[in-house]
Design a protein around this ligand. Structure first.
Ligand SMILES: Nc1ncnc2c1ncn2[C@@H]1O[C@H](COP(=O)(O)OP(=O)(O)OP(=O)(O)O)[C@@H](O)[C@H]1O
Ligand SMILES: [Mg+2]
Length: 216
């Protein structure tokens, strides 16, 4: 399996505080990585750097062995993002939210969006405003949006942090099944050790260092 994303010697400093210190990580095609760590350790910062939403203070990100600056790709066609707080536009309809990244990329993905909503059991609500949905339903919309442009990697930042344990488990399984079924790679930030063990590799972020944890 080839490496599709690689972080080399990544450092991040905010206001002279070093949050990330010499992080090295690579992710292969069709594989999954979990990153766990206490609040404030820099998990979101690392995920944003890996997804090229934020720049590292030092170090480089490589996509398919090329430095990111040499890669002529649209961020949202390579990465699909799922956030803890959904980041949906509450006044747009469900379908409008799902196709938003495609619109930005100037692509017509309506058929794809509807078929994803069907798979996620939301097709009958596609024209409803997003604000009427439950937390679990909103996160399913966010999953559909992340997969809509058929990205290579899904980056999920505590995707069930706002859900109760029953819904959280449902969304976890749904996300992992979707990633497997659609042959995506996954980088998942989570507090949930059990969920982390479903991933191929598990890392802990602590005091700026990323430490690989052997699966038990
Ligand atoms: N833009 C910024 N400017 C200054 N400090 C920042 C900025 N972004 C993050 N930080 C700081 O970096 C540290 C790590 O933040 P981050 O959000 O990455 O942590 P986290 O591990 O995701 O935490 P949580 O589990 O609570 O989401 C925090 O102390 C935060 O205040
Ligand atoms: Mg965070």
């Amino acid at each position: 399996m080839s490496i599709i994303l690689e972080a080399k010697n990544i450092y991040k400093t905010f206001d002279e505080t070093e949050i990330l210190s010499n992080i090295n990580l690579s992710i292969k095609e069709n594989s999954s990585i979990a990153i766990i760590g206490a609040s404030g350790e820099g998990k979101t910062t690392l995920l944003h750097i890996l997804g090229t939403l934020e720049r590292p203070t030092k170090g480089n990100i490589y996509i398919c062995n090329k430095p990111i600056k040499d890669v002529n790709i649209l961020r949202n066609t390579f990465f699909g993002f799922i956030f803890q707080s959904y980041n949906l536009f509450e006044d747009l309809t469900i379908l409008e939210n799902v196709i938003l990244p495609a619109k930005i990329a100037r692509k017509n993905y309506i058929k794809k969006a509807i078929s994803l909503l069907k798979e996620l059991n939301l097709e009958n609500k596609k024209d409803y405003p997003t604000k009427i949905l439950s937390g679990g339903e909103k996160q399913r919309v966010a999953i559909a949006r992340a997969f809509c442009l058929d990205p290579k990697i899904i980056l999920a930042d505590e995707p069930t942090g706002n859900l109760d344990s029953k819904n959280s488990e449902k969304i976890h399984h749904l996300l992992l099944n979707f990633v497997n079924k659609k042959n995506k790679s996954l980088i998942l930030v989570t507090h949930d050790e059990e969920l982390a063990s479903f991933c191929d590799e598990k890392f802990i972020l602590k005091r700026g260092k990323l430490i690989k944890k052997e699966q038990s």
